[in-house]
Design a protein around this ligand. Structure first.
Ligand code: NAD
Length: 509
């Protein structure tokens, strides 16, 4: 056991209010990808624990749904205040456990704060429509009611923001939450739960009533998630992770007629058109492809460059790629941290081998030794020129690999962009208005996110986030994504003294 990793983690966890018993003496090993050290031994839940937790969450829901929504918003506001106070410590823990560079760790916590602010405003805007009735003396309207227990399953690469997107909305919508975080990031989950518990104490201390078990955490492996998925009392399962996971979860939730919100893998492309501002494009592509060591669902994996600028763009990307600093993500100047583990590194090497077999020319991709740590997996970002969109290019490899393709016409570029099973994020760099609009049109990008002159990653919380096809179809975060966390009731009120039937139907007795 590495004492340095352990003691850093313990100091941060203690600062964040996590009791020592929660991260010592358990069976789930927490590990830092920065140096491979053990950072904690966390207690793992069992499927039986899930059943009990969902029962408690359901009881909490029955009380919370009657709390006025703006009061529910006050709890989320207090949680946001906890996050503001503890931003630096939680961000440091995100960096330690997910391996993100420090500014990205801070960005992740900022995203949690942003969604809290958004949800607080939303708590006074959960409104339905009034609808003109065809019958005299009648009024139609719709109401949005709390839904029930929301089960959140999250991935390692956004270990806390994804939970916050779900929980902040679910809580103002009157739901309770049960969270199964990634088994690779149990410590950030413990810390987030401790901050939520502190907010709940503040809420009650200010004279508000809130049920126990409004938001619970269950660390553990996939079977813990499976138990959550199969429990009929979980009204909505919001699952973020690989398409493989979504393929298992989706049908199981559907089989019990539960609701599912799936946020799965991406294979995101940037089209670079002849009129593109190449300075902007290069910056957008580099952050998208190599930021977070290529471990974002919105990571740029493909560049589709017009033949007229392809070689210049390729040369500029290669120069920049080769100069990117790979290393300990806490070191100033480092832009590319570690891959999460050895499995991720091996998957990257396998993809690069396949790319070579399929006619690609690979630059970069080798292991980078950092600090002599045997179980830390750093890789040089890879730029791969491909002759065509071959099989390997159509898969999501969760690593810093950027495939470079070329095109002659915009129709061809859009067909390539859409010609993969995933449909999360996409972008075009162009200064031609007609091209930009064609890309955004119904016959353009088929993704949930389509951008012009900015890259594929780094979404703001104000927009609905999610994608089509194998990305799963879910939308969370901003816009009207809150409707996923509520149930709609259509109400017709008759204030006349007659009982006319719709569509002129007669039933006279
Ligand atoms: P993963 O699929 O391995 O694990 C995600 C979560 O699902 C974990 O908590 C895991 O324990 C759980 N899980 C796995 N199998 C399960 C099952 N059968 N039933 C219930 N739960 C199960 O993903 P990962 O490696 O942690 O994350 C990387 C993946 O997540 C990438 O594919 C990435 O694109 C995707 N991702 C998508 C989004 C998005 O919003 N679309 C955001 C972040 C990550």
């Amino acid at each position: 056991m590495d004492d340095a990793g352990m003691s850093t983690a313990h100091t941060l966890l203690t600062t964040l209010g996590v009791p020592e018993a929660a991260f010592t003496g358990g069976t789930l090993r927490a590990r830092s990808p920065i140096d491979g050290s053990t950072t904690g031994l966390v207690h793992a839940a069992t499927p039986a624990d899930v059943t009990a937790a969902v029962g408690r969450a359901h009881a909490a829901f029955l009380a919370w749904r009657n709390t006025p929504a703006p009061r529910r918003g006050e709890l989320v506001r207090l949680f946001g205040a906890q996050l503001r106070t503890h931003k630096a410590a939680l961000a440091a823990l995100v960096t330690l456990e997910a391996g993100k560079v420090s500014s990205e760790g801070e960005g992740e916590v900022q995203e949690m704060i942003d969604i809290c602010d958004f949800a607080v405003g939303l708590s006074r805007q959960l409104h339905g429509l009034t609808i003109a009735s065809e019958r005299p003396g009648h009024r139609m309207m719709e109401q949005w009611h709390p839904l029930g227990v929301v089960g959140v399953i999250s991935a390692f690469n956004f270990p806390v923001a994804v939970w916050a997107w779900n929980a902040a909305l679910a809580l103002v919508c009157g739901d309770s939450v049960v969270w199964k975080p990634s088994e690779k990031t149990p410590l950030t989950a413990l810390a987030t739960q401790a901050l939520f518990d502190a907010a709940l104490r503040d809420f009650r201390a200010a004279g508000n009533e809130a049920p126990d078990d409004l938001s619970q955490l269950l660390n553990g492996l996939a079977p813990v998630g499976e138990a959550l998925v199969d429990d009929a009392r979980v009204a909505l399962v919001s699952a973020t992770g690989s398409t493989r996971m979504g393929r298992a979860v989706g049908p199981r939730v559907a089989a019990r007629f539960g609701r599912c919100l799936l946020e799965l893998g991406g294979n995101n492309a940037i089209i670079v058109a002849p009129t593109a501002d190449l300075d902007l494009a290069v910056r957008g592509i580099l952050f998208g492809a190599y930021g977070t060591a290529g471990q974002r669902c919105t990571t740029t994996r493909r560049v589709i460059a017009h033949a007229s600028i392809h070689d210049e763009l390729a040369a500029r990307l290669e120069r920049a790629r080769a100069s990117l600093q790979v290393g300990d993500p806490r070191t100033p100047g480092v832009l590319v941290g570690p891959l999460v583990d050895e499995t991720a590194f091996n998957a990257m090497q396998a993809a690069l081998d396949q790319a070579r077999d399929q006619g690609g020319t690979v630059a970069g991709g080798a292991r980078v030794p950092v600090g002599g740590h045997a179980d830390a997996w750093y890789a040089a970002p890879a730029l791969v020129r491909m002759p065509a969109q071959t099989v390997v290019v159509q898969h999501e490899t969760f690593a810093p690999i950027l495939y470079l393709l070329t095109y002659a016409s915009l129709d061809e570029a859009i067909a390539l962009q859409n010609g993969v099973p995933q449909g999360l994020s996409s972008a075009i760099f162009t200064n031609d208005l007609r091209e930009a609009e064609a890309f955004l049109a119904a016959s353009g990008s088929d993704c949930g996110i389509a951008n012009v002159n900015i890259g594929t990653s780094g979404a703001e919380i104000g927009g609905a986030f999610g994608g089509e096809k194998e990305t799963g179809g879910g939308r969370e975060s901003g816009s009207d994504a809150w409707k996923n966390y509520m149930r709609r009731a259509t109400n017709t009120v008759n204030y006349s003294r007659a009982l006319p039937l719709a569509q002129g139907v007669k039933f006279d007795i």
